[in-house]
Write a protein that binds this ligand. Structure first.
Ligand SMILES: [Fe+2]
Length: 233
């Protein structure tokens, strides 16, 4: 597991890094302007995320750059950004495109199924490990190639939302989500994602939860047996 980055005295601060600052402003707008669809739980999650973003930005946090890293799926990022810039949440797609060369894409799992390693990766933009350092919130993006199945998993003690930036996708075979949609996964809820046949899929995500958990989320795919049982197969 990676060691958390500690903000050094000489670290640049957020206001010295306009690309990260404007991206966080777009995250804030995403959680401020979208609808909760009448759901009290989603409304309070959206508020929690944007309140934390405001507090973090106001504190001008340290920026601890991570070495840029690509994964096979990042070959799909330019297309995902093109689609995002035509869609319902184009502001965040544009802001992400401006920091794209700085992103550190990773898998997060100790063991990644071979097929998934070619079709999935995520990058954090704010969190305990940087690049914008915060102990209280994690913000990032997850990218999928077309025709991907992201196997069943859950996050202990972490509340997770995905906001769709580009592409069409489905969670637990329950609905098809288009750009602008928000999906809330409460702590421990099992979820499995599939993406459309032709377009890549780019999701912005936010994690809230205890600081110890945000530091060490312990990402783990559910075992096939457990996943099948959860789906009643
Ligand atoms: Fe998830």
């Amino acid at each position: 597991m990676d060691t958390p980055l500690i903000a050094q005295e000489e670290s640049p601060r957020l206001f010295d890094c306009p690309g990260w600052l404007y991206l966080l402003q777009e995250f804030d707008a995403l959680y401020r302007q979208g609808s909760a669809g009448g759901s009290r739980l989603i409304r309070s999650h959206r508020k929690r995320v944007r309140d934390r973003i405001s507090q973090i930005v106001d504190g001008n946090p340290a920026v601890a750059p991570r070495p840029p890293a690509a994964k096979p799926v990042t070959a799909h990022l330019p297309r995902a950004l093109d689609l995002g810039e035509q869609g319902a949440v184009r502001g965040i797609a544009r802001a992400l495109s401006h920091v794209a060369p700085l992103l550190s894409w990773e898998y997060g799992y100790e063991r990644v199924p071979k097929a998934l390693a070619r079709k999935y990766a995520y990058c954090e933009v704010l969190g305990p490990r940087g690049p914008v350092v915060s102990e209280r919130l994690v913000l990032g993006f997850v990218l999928f190639a077309p025709k991907t199945t992201y196997p069943q998993h859950s996050h202990q003690e972490i509340e997770e939302s995905y906001i769709s930036v580009a592409g069409a996708w489905s969670e637990n075979d329950a609905a098809v989500h288009a750009p602008g949609s928000l999906i809330l996964n409460r702590p421990g809820e099992e979820h499995r994602i599939t993406t459309a046949d032709l377009d890549p899929c780019l999701l912005a995500y936010a994690w809230t939860g205890p600081e110890t958990r945000l530091h060490a989320p312990g990402m783990k795919l559910s075992s096939t047996r457990k996943a099948r049982m959860a789906q009643g197969i």
